[in-house]
Ligand binder design. Structure first.
Ligand code: NAP
Length: 282
């Protein structure tokens, strides 16, 4: 990865941090993002020290806010004349309904709208750097998801699990639609399930069930290093050069859920997302 520049969102902890560390150890210049300036700087310094690669840059933004995503994109474009890989990793689970600065439901805003907007804002740079890759971290939970177009923001009825699964299905639909739109540009896009990984996942607002079960299963979960393997593979491996519009788990292509292949739903979600953020990738 020497000579390549990668941006990993949510690189301060968990899977994103291990992804950034792995790619830095392979010689890439790596930008990481996180909400808190001091924590993001400290994570970048730790990754640089552990990987022996000083080219690790901290960017701070609360990606629940579209203004912050726009500021982040501006800073990344100013810092990186070339951008070879974008890893849309930041995300999480929130058991109760929160509303963002833009008046949107938090899970949908962070897990789906933020990568939709950030990808759109960085796309010209990625295209100019082609061959380039966009890798989005979804979840096996997408399979239980349903895009509830009648109540996308969970205003009438909110369930943390449904909001999470919906947002992760949105990640897959987004990737497949983006792949269709990027055909012929030299920019590929893939989406993945990292496995069930021991991270800070859902710690901010856990469901009672997760709180009860986590201590029992914690030891059996993948380490962040193992959970980052598919993200690193898709960001860097020559084996997946030119591969686009595919879902991966365990570094292997897999079928995603039936509803994730619904092209009409993908096109509709794209338009709704565009209406909500006012900027589109292609
Ligand atoms: N862990 C699992 O078992 C699992 C399974 C399937 C999929 N995933 C997916 O893997 C991805 C990473 O999750 P993880 O398990 O590594 O969780 P994590 O340890 O909680 O890490 C989440 C990362 O996202 C960042 N983040 C969260 N909210 C943000 C916001 N509003 N703006 C900017 N950054 C934000 C966090 O940064 P700061 O806190 O520093 O801001 C942190 O770096 C997520 O997309 C998740 O859905 C995880």
């Amino acid at each position: 990865m020497a000579g390549q520049t990668v941006l990993v969102t949510g690189g301060t902890g968990g899977i994103g941090r291990a992804t950034a560390a792995g790619l830095a150890a392979m010689g890439a210049r790596v930008g990481i993002t996180g909400r808190d300036v001091a924590r993001t700087r400290a994570a970048a310094a730790d990754i640089a020290a552990a990987s022996g690669n000083p080219a690790v840059d901290p960017f701070s933004a609360d990606m629940s806010s579209q203004a912050e995503v726009r500021r982040l994109a501006g800073e990344v474009l100013a810092a990186y004349p070339q951008l070879d890989v974008l890893v849309n990793n930041a995300g999480g689970f929130w058991a109760t309904r929160h509303v963002t600065a833009d008046g949107l439901e938090h899970t949908f805003a962070v897990n789906h709208l933020a990568p939709f907007l950030l990808t759109g804002l960085l796309l010209d740079r990625l295209t100019a750097s082609a061959p380039a890759r966009i890798v989005t971290v979804s979840s096996g939970a997408h399979a239980t998801g349903k895009i509830n177009f009648g109540d996308l923001q969970g205003e009438h009825r909110y369930s943390g699990q449904q909001a999470y699964s919906q947002s992760k299905l949105a990640n897959v639909l987004f990737t497949y639609e983006l792949a269709r739109r990027l055909d012929g540009t030299g920019v590929t896009t893939t989406v993945l399930h990292p496995g069930v990984v021991r991270t800070g996942f859902s710690a901010e607002d856990p469901s009672p069930m997760w709180k009860a079960f986590l201590p029992l299963i914690r030891l059996f979960l993948k380490t962040p290093g193992k959970g980052a393997a598919t993200s690193i593979y898709l960001a860097s491996s020559p084996e997946v050069e030119g591969v686009t519009g595919r879902y991966f788990a365990g570094c292997k292509p897999k079928a995603s859920s039936r509803s994730s292949y619904d092209t009409a739903a993908a096109a509709r979600l794209w338009q709704v997302s565009l209406d909500l953020v006012g900027h589109s990738a292609q």
